[in-house]
Every structure is written in structure tokens, then in C-alpha cells.
Design a binder for this molecule. Sequence first.
Ligand SMILES: O=c1[nH]cnc2c1ncn2[C@@H]1O[C@H](CO)[C@@H](O)[C@H]1O
Ligand SMILES: [Zn+2]
Length: 361
Amino acid sequence: MTALDLSALRRAPKVLLHDHLDGGLRPETVLELARDCGYDALPADTAPALAKWFREAADSGSLERYLETFAHTVAVMQTPVGLERVARECAEDLAADGVVYAEVRFAPEQHLEEGLTLDEVVEQVLLGFEAGESAAEVRGQNIRIGVLLTAMRHAARSREIAELAIRFRDRGVVGFDIAGAEAGNPPSRHLDAFEYMRGSNAHFTIHAGEAFGLPSIHEAIAFCGTDRLGHGVRITDDITIGTDGVPVLGKLANYVRDKRIPLELCPSSNVQTGAVDTLENHPFDLLARLRFRVTVNTDNRLMSDTSMSQEMLRLVETFGYGWTDLERYTINAMKSAFIPFDQRLQLIDEVIKPGFAVLVG
Ligand SMILES: O=c1[nH]cnc2c1ncn2[C@@H]1O[C@H](CO)[C@@H](O)[C@H]1O
Ligand SMILES: [Zn+2]
């Protein structure tokens, strides 16, 4: 059995379903792109200081204030060169961390300030991911990236973004999502976008149950028909612990578990936005023990100063998990991916299981 430390975790084949492209830039890249495009509003001028600023500013305890930090990353992702570079580096960084399959999301509507069209934005990001996948392969690190197109939930372009996702479905876009401030912007506002996706036999996930509780999760599932829940951490509001210490599930929690609806849990991000108060109190462990389909995710690597391996290490340190637990969460994630079933199975059988077998030894 290999000791469970950060370097061994980096060798484990990992699957990431919830990662924002504009939340994962390298601090040096933010600085360089800002200089190149004349953006002069960055809050720091060295990479370490900028990394620290993002981490601390995102530690706000409120989703709305956490989201304000994205103004700086989105500002430097407005040109073909900037978009391509950020996507390329994202693929390379994830591959170097041992991620073998990732679904990375971003909101094309936020990248139109310099005159690019929605289609051009998506094309540049896809080019960047392809270049990053190839560069990683040369180093012996194989990764596949599927793109999710996000619509901002406070805006009114979700139908258009869903159509964009379908236009690019055979070129690397594997699904659709909504993100942004949850309170006041319920999923049902975007029903036509979700109906369009369902009508196209296409997949989507919805950020729900992060800054708002059960009604948001209920709408996402019952009215919108979501395939997965982005976070979904507040499903615990529907779980009570009886006097005998035994958890009792309400109707919605039961439904989520019965239908094996995947929860894209993002431990560090959830603490930063105040969805949970401490990692020790994160319901990840309760949900895992109750056999919900839990997955481990980064959400925003820059804002949380994290990686897939780091998130797993934090869970190991907090809840005492071993390799077989981590393998189970990884297989949960691979089963829940938006690529076709045969391709998911191939990654499980040929990459994930053999990779963990080496570590379990
Ligand atoms: O945890 C989150 N909850 C809700 N919205 C988020 C979260 N992380 C990032 N974004 C939002 O998604 C946009 C597209 O990637 C980001 O610009 C940010 O506003
Ligand atoms: Zn997110």
C-alpha cells in the first residue's frame, strides 16, 4: 500500500466534473495577460501577492462577494490569444496533477467585451484545450477535457447558450450549466434552455443548493430535469439526525439518492462561500456514508489555491479516507460524466482501476 500523501495523490488517476476555466488561471498568467491587454485594475503586481489576494478575497463567507473576484480573471480573457492560453494552461495543469478526465466550464457571454462572437469564444477555448492535451501527452500525461458551457443565471441568454452548446456538441462541448448568484435567480427562470437541452437529448448540470437551499435543488430536479447538481451540498437540510443518531432522509434527499443524482461537491469552495462553516463540518462524509453519489471537485483552483490532489488530501486529513474510498469517489465521477457510456467505461476499466490498483498495491 502506497502512503497517502500529496505526491502519491498526484499519481492517482483523478476525474474532475466541476472546475471553472475563469477560476483556474495561473497567477503569473493573469499578470502577463493584464499587461498585454492594458488591464490596470489588478489588486497586486507580483504572482505570490496576487495568488494571496484571490485566496483571501474569495474567503468572504458570501457567494456574491466570492464571485466579485472573477472580474479580474474575466477581464484578461477577452482576446483570442488570452482565451487560448488560459485553456491550454488549464489542460496542462490538470494533466500535471494527474487528472485523466475533466469537464471544465465557463460562460461564453462574459468574453465578448473585445468584440468576439460567442462562437469565436468557444472556438478559441477548444483550440486551447486541444493544444494543452497534446502538450501533456508529449510528457506522458494523458487527459481528456470535455467543455460545459455556462449561462449566467442573473442574465437572460441561457437559451442562446444552450443552442451554442448544441452547435458545438460534436466538437468538444459535452454539456450546459447555469452559474452565478443563486439567491433570487431560481433555476426555473431558465426553463426554456433546459427544455431545449432535453429536447436535443443533451446533458446539463445546475449550480443548486450552494447559497440557497432545498427549493433550488427541488426546482433543478423536478422542474428542470437536471442530470447532476453543482454542489447540492444543502441537500443535508433534508436530512435529520434522529435521537438514536441515525440519519433520516426527507422526500427530496431520498429522491436524489434513489435516482443516483451526482453531487458535484467542492469542499474548499463551500467553506469560502459560507455554504458550510468548516471542512470538519462539511457533509461530504455524511453523504458518502449514506451512499449518495458524491464526487470531489475543485470549483475554482485560483480562488481556493487548490488542485484535485489537494482537495482529496484535505478530505483524507479531515475524514481519514483511504485509497479505496478515493477510488470509489473517482469512479462515481467517471460514471457521472457527460461523455458516452462506452467511453466512461473504458476510462474506468483501462485507466482508473489499474491506476488505483498500483497505489493500493
Ligand atoms: O461556486 C460557484 N457558484 C456559482 N457561480 C460560480 C461559482 N464559481 C464560479 N461561478 C461563476 O461562474 C462563472 C463562469 O465560470 C464565473 O465567472 C463565476 O461568476
Ligand atoms: Zn461552480
